[in-house]
Design a protein. Structure first.
Length: 216
């Protein structure tokens, strides 16, 4: 193995890592926003909202992310929606992640015992108050670990956008590989950088989780 290329190519790793972090961050923000809306639709008593959210979630979880990315990047321009690479990547990733987040939130809320709602309502709390003061704080503790897991998945899955030419970590590893005719070393470094990101996030989430638990 020969790592002497690193000093010439270090900015490829740094810049790629930055793009990957931005991609993941935007995806998490939009994915969670979308996930909350979908979860609320799913939990609502209005049948039509329920069906729409259900269909969306099933469809996005039931088709490959790569196909969804291609539909956004290559398909939409055909009907006049021509998006810049980065935006197409963020949109495809967030639309996909939102479906998973919705299910995480729905399951977290439904996992709170029905007795909690019944007790709260018999004490005179309205539905809104019950949600806000009783259900959501408890659901939050169910949701957080799974949501953290989803954020880690987003970091890793973001590598797929290298295929539409976004200069993320994966794309830059490929560029270096082509330039120096060495596949192993740049990919190894990139794997370690991805791992550093996911491992740090996982440790951070562990800390938050433990804090929440001491609130018991
Ligand atoms: N590789 C999976 C697919 O192609 C990615 C699913 C994304 N998962 C997620 N939890 N956001 O469908």
């Amino acid at each position: 193995m020969d790592f002497s290329f690193v000093k010439d190519y270090q900015m490829f790793f740094v810049n790629g890592a930055k793009i990957t972090v931005f991609l993941a961050a935007f995806t998490v923000i939009f994915g969670v926003a979308l996930g909350i809306v979908l979860a609320l639709m799913r939990l609502s008593s209005k049948k039509i909202l329920n069906v729409i959210a259900g269909a969306y979630i099933e469809f996005l979880r039931g088709t490959p992310l790569l196909v969804q990315l291609y539909i956004v990047y290559y398909g939409l321009p055909v009907i006049g929606i021509d998006l810049p690479d980065f935006l197409a990547g963020v949109i495809a990733l967030s639309m996909n992640s939102g479906a998973y987040v919705a299910e995480i939130i729905r399951a977290g809320i439904q996992a709170v015992d029905k007795g909690q709602t019944e007790a709260s309502r018999s004490l005179g709390f309205t539905y809104g108050m019950t949600m806000r003061y009783i259900i959501i704080p408890q659901a939050f503790r169910n949701i957080l670990p799974a949501l953290g897991n989803e954020f880690i998945v987003v970091i890793k899955e973001s590598a797929i956008v290298s295929i539409i030419g976004i200069h993320d970590l994966m794309y830059n590893a490929d560029t270096i590989r082509g330039n120096i005719y060495r596949p192993f070393e740049p990919l190894l470094i990139v794997a370690l950088i991805y791992f550093a990101m996911t491992f740090t996030l996982s440790k951070l989430l562990g800390v938050v989780e433990r804090r929440l638990r001491t609130g018991d």
